[in-house]
Write a protein that binds this ligand. Structure first.
Ligand code: TTP
Ligand code: CA
Ligand code: CA
Length: 627
């Protein structure tokens, strides 16, 4: 459920930038003969010509839609060029698109805090850049306003015939505008210049929304596509929301939006204005009620996160119609392929970005035969992630078996799998300068068996809780999760002996609930695969992740050629592991002072520095044949 965050009192300038028909543009850059020609990118799957995953704007003019398959697109637009996504291991290989997205991010991130939101979109917080511009060179003082900025669509601006650019110029330079609008005008120019740079340096066009918060910027970016930008002054918000169907908002696309429509007769976001905050809270709970009350007024306090790398990695494959997988061995074969790719990507992330993924998740779509309970979905399952391809494969298969057993209610029924996906999430940085902790652990870890410590990564079942104490209180998951004790530095040899002989995992859990042991467990623990716990991921998260499985997993790295288990093992035994989100402050206090300082340093990362030059114009880029 959405949560309302307090909006800062200070006006902000936030942009949402989304690439136009992204995969198509990447293919058009690879093969310039496709420029100006109706083009679509199709999935690797020859059934009915393959599913379309990206459709160029020229093809859209003929009525080609993403929901079509290649054969249908050919009927609607006989001249369409269908490009198949690159293939590796029998499935789509998105590395080409991921690295193209990274080229763009590298440019967009030069002007302020940048959050990579998917393979082809980012949020930017341009508040500081806009303030500096307003102080040093406000729009009215510029020799000339960049042409691209003059082409902006400013919502609520009354423009007479053929006077669009003049009106925009006046709006950008109006001397009596309030401070919010002045900042937004600067943001408009900054984004226009960034988009020009993106085009010059990558040959890709993008569209953008510029507003005072993330929600409004995201709503605005697709309003004028391709290759244009839309600005949302605060005064235009009521009109914008009054005409915005509730289902158009991401968080209202599901059950909540349906309930608003069916139970309250709310069809547009603006219709929510009729209800008091109290009423909405009574109906939908305190958090969701407050959030609804705020979005009806265009209020949204979500911060732009400083994150250029993806939050998770995932890869999946669909098996439509007759291709459904109906045996465990065929599932295993495909899972092995998916896990191999996932393993390469997280290993590459570890090597290049010093980041560790902690949770492995398996999603699937399935059907079963002869069963009344046809609506039951295949449950998503997750467990702590262990590095190494074979371990990931083994664990993913266990997750699948566990999910299948739940799905079939342990009955002996025929079944089929129509999509499979594995994901690695809860990714955290390994900070620089970990020496004091390493030293501390090396000194204290005298009773460890190094061979036990080296090949398992710690991780947590994904419960969405935030502190160690909470998690440890959750016996459901930990009872099944055997955490090696070598990470506990002060274990009494007697306890160790009795623990080693104990087969009861409940005992292990209880022992592990010791607070001091808990934080240290993060430095070198892990779960043995056959005893690891599984946990169900919420259905809406599953749907969202499946839907976005190919687009939300952007990564700047390419596959790692030197993947090797031993190397991985060594890397892991040398790098200790932690999870900032899950460090309980009260536990930190118990650590030696030097370590406390280090941990507090990671929790407050340093600020980024901005450097960028201005660019020029995007003109008629979408008119045909550009080489
Ligand atoms: P989108 O940004 O949703 O679409 P788009 O960039 O193709 O077109 P638009 O100009 O309307 O933004 O997705 C970005 C890329 O992600 C898209 O080019 C292909 C890929 N993608 C999939 O692979 N599967 C999907 O279901 C979607 C929605 C996108
Ligand atoms: Ca896009
Ligand atoms: Ca997008």
């Amino acid at each position: 459920m959405p949560v309302a965050r307090p909006e800062s009192q200070e006006p902000r300038v936030i942009a949402h930038v989304d690439m136009d028909c992204f995969y198509v543009q990447v293919e058009q850059r690879r093969n310039p003969d496709l420029r100006g020609v109706p083009t679509a990118v199709v999935q690797y799957n020859s059934w009915k010509g393959g599913g379309l995953i990206a459709v160029g704007y020229e093809a859209r003019n003929f009525g080609v839609k993403r929901s079509m398959r290649g054969d249908e697109a050919k009927r609607v637009c006989p001249d369409i060029q269908l490009v198949q996504v690159p293939v590796a291991r029998g499935k789509a290989d998105l590395n080409l698109y991921r690295s193209a997205g990274s080229e763009v991010v590298a440019i967009l991130s030069t002007k302020g805090k940048c959050e990579r939101a998917s393979i082809d979109e980012v949020y930017l917080d341009l508040t500081d850049a806009a303030k500096s511009m307003l102080l040093e060179s406000p729009p009215a003082m510029l020799d000339s306003i960049p042409e691209e900025a003059l082409k902006s669509h400013v919502l609520g601006l009354s423009s007479g015939e053929n006077k669009g650019e003049d009106d925009v110029r006046k709006w950008l330079c109006q001397p009596d505008a309030d401070y919010q609008d002045k900042l937004l005008a600067c943001g408009t120019i900054i984004v226009a210049e960034l988009r020009v740079r993106v085009l010059q340096e990558t040959k890709f066009t993008c569209s953008a929304g510029i507003a005072h918060n993330k929600m409004l910027a995201k709503l605005a970016s697709p309003m004028h596509k391709p290759a244009q930008q839309t600005v949302v002054p605060a005064t235009s918000v009521p009109d914008l929301l009054a005409s915005l169907p509730v289902k158009k908002m991401k968080q209202l696309g599901g059950k909540l939006g349906t309930s608003l429509q069916d139970d309250l007769g709310v069809n547009t976001v603006g219709d929510l204005l009729k209800f008091s905050e109290q009423k909405l809270q009574d109906l939908y709970g305190i958090n969701t009620g407050m959030w609804l009350w705020k979005i009806a007024r265009g209020i949204n306090g979500d911060e732009v996160e400083d994150r250029l790398l993806p939050k998770s990695h995932g890869c999946g494959k669909t098996f439509p119609g007759p291709m459904a997988l109906k045996t465990t061995s065929s599932v295993k074969q495909w899972l092995n392929q998916l896990c191999e790719e996932l393993s390469e990507r997280i290993q590459s992330d570890l090597d290049q970005n010093k980041r560790i993924a902690q949770t492995l998740t398996l999603h699937a779509r399935a059907f079963k035969e002869d069963e009344l309970d046809l609506l039951k979905k295949f449950p998503s399952k997750s467990c702590p992630l262990r590095y190494g391809t074979s371990k990931i494969q083994e664990d993913a298969m266990h997750l699948f078996e566990s999910g299948l057993s739940d799905f079939l209610n342990s009955k002996n029924l025929g079944w089929g799998i129509t999509s499979l996906a594995v994901g690695a999430s809860k990714i955290v940085d390994i900070p620089n300068g970990t020496t004091s902790i390493l030293k501390y652990l090396t000194e204290k870890r005298t009773s460890c068996n190094p061979s036990d410590c080296s090949d398992a990564l710690p991780g947590e079942p994904d419960h969405g809780t935030s502190s160690i104490s909470q998690k440890d209180a959750d016996t459901k998951s930990y009872k099944e999760c055997k955490v090696p004790f070598e990470s506990e530095v002060e274990e009494n040899p007697k306890t160790k002996a009795s623990r080693e002989s104990a087969s009861d995992s409940k005992g292990l859990f209880d022992r592990d609930a010791n607070v001091k042991g808990t934080i240290l467990r993060y430095f070198s623990g892990g779960c043995s695969s056959n005893q690891r716990s599984t946990s169900e991921v919420e259905t809406n998260q599953l749907e969202e992740e499946e839907e976005k499985i190919s687009s939300s997993t952007a990564n700047i790295t390419s596959s790692h050629p030197n993947l090797n288990l031993n190397q991985n093992k060594n890397a892991l035994s040398e790098n200790w592991i932690y999870n900032i989100e899950e460090i309980d402050p009260s536990v930190v206090d118990e650590l030696p002072l030097e370590i406390q300082r280090e941990i507090r340093g990671w929790i407050h990362p340093s600020k980024r520095i901005n450097t960028a030059k201005r660019g020029s114009t995007i003109a008629h880029y979408f008119s045909p044949a550009r080489k």
